[in-house]
Design a binder for this molecule. Sequence first.
Ligand code: ATP
Ligand code: MG
Length: 543
Amino acid sequence: MELNEHANFIEDIINEELAEGKVTTVHTRFPPEPNGYLHLGHAKSLCINFGTAEKYGGLCNLFFDDTNPSKEKTEYVEAIKKDIEWLGFKWYEVHYASDFFDDIYRLAIKLIKDGKAFVCDLTADEIRDMRGTLTEPGKESPYRNRSIEENLELFENMKNGKYADGEKVLRAKIDMASPNINMRDPVIYRVLHAEHHRTGNKWCIYPMYDYAHPICDSMQGVTHSLCTLEFEDHRPLYNWVIENTGVTHKPRQIEFARLNVTNTVMSKRYLKKLVEDGSVTGWDDPRMPTLTGLRNRGIPAQALKNFCEEIGVAKANSEIEVGYFEHFTRDYLNEHAPRAMAVMRPVKVVIDNYDGGEYVETDVNPNLETPEKRNVYFSKEIYIDEEDFSLAPPPKYFRLKPDGMVRLKGAYVIVCTGYETDENGNVTLVHANYLPETRSGSDNSGIKVKGTIHWVSAEKCVPAEIRKYDFLLKDAAYPGQDFSERMNENSLTVFNGYAETYLDEAAEGESFQLLRTGYYKKFVENGKLVLSEIVSLKDSFKK
Ligand code: ATP
Ligand code: MG
């Protein structure tokens, strides 16, 4: 195996193990809990798990950590699979923690028989109170020294449904004085009378994550169990379970930093709250940082992967600027999205010295290797954006103003000859003349204008609902502040404008650069053309 030059710290570890012959095939797994939809943060974990396996010609499993039956649903399992497929990753095998419940149970009995686990009658509160602190050791449970026989019988009773939820737990017998609180006789099984989305009512005891996860990794043949930093303190317990259950295959846990992004809610629990309280239209609302939301928004899967690749694998937590993510989307769409015109805040312009209509030419996308042109209809009446006409223009205003000139993209230069207003002084109509000798492509008039604006023919256009988005969160967090206090109330703005018929004819789901506006995705809703913002044109990100 060739060592690569730009190895991250995980690859450094793997390279060493391969060199020493400790590992032959790299086997990772992506381990979501099916209790919600995947988000941007999971994309990083996906890229690391699938990406590392791919790089070494290894394998990556999809592993559903379904040990919390009350929160998990098949709906989420299906959604998670769809999101992973969207990113173009192919899992080797799919497994569920619940597939291993029998093994996990059998190994718990082994721990009991080896004197390494005991049934405890303390309540959750009592266990917490006796756990000690970072500076003080914990107190041993009065049930810690039950005989192996009694433990076996009580554990069997737990399994057979003799106890109510919380009445008894199985705990690993490790060390109540350990400096690592996770090692102070952690609970490894609990009683929970809940129907499981896959095992139904077969079990009324469920293993805890820290106990089940290493066993499941081992059973799947995982070599590298890659997880986020909050599990670093749990690694001694992970290793304890591997050593003491005596599983033959021994995986290794390696932690990396979570992805946090400014202005972005990045937790399933909070995202769920947004869906439930109606702050968004659903998990796939285009403002949501869920993968289904990003897909619906029109974020190209490749742009998301490029972003993850670029932020890399870090050992320390940090926050990435949301602008950096947008940058990758913009970059990708700039190369791939056809150009079109739509006007968000339309004002009609009548070109008094022009009659009839004609087709003018425009670039489909100037960045294409083989440039293509298409036709745009030009006519006597057009719409321009309200912001492109000013009665009180600031200095260096190069758009249209009374007596001013501007170029209409792909068409002619026009001169403003007058305007009409309503009783409030709002412009309702603009009058202009066109300069026939300035036709784009054949202009040798020598007339120089500084501004070019976009427009649509009022005769051949379609009404369009144009949706522009802002971030769900207003600003950075203050310590201890709840995300609900940071919600941006104005994350959606709707404009009723006009679009070229080209956009009406395009396939649903296609993305475009609306000239001078941004990248937009086309939808049809109730028969109406909807243009939904993917990302604005302006790149505020400074590398
Ligand atoms: P949440 O707190 O949003 O529910 P989670 O960590 O509980 O996230 P899991 O379903 O357990 O979600 O996550 C599956 C995998 O994705 C885990 O290995 C987890 O560490 C990783 N992951 C989750 N969030 C992030 C993130 N923001 N950055 C990187 N990896 C993440
Ligand atoms: Mg979780």
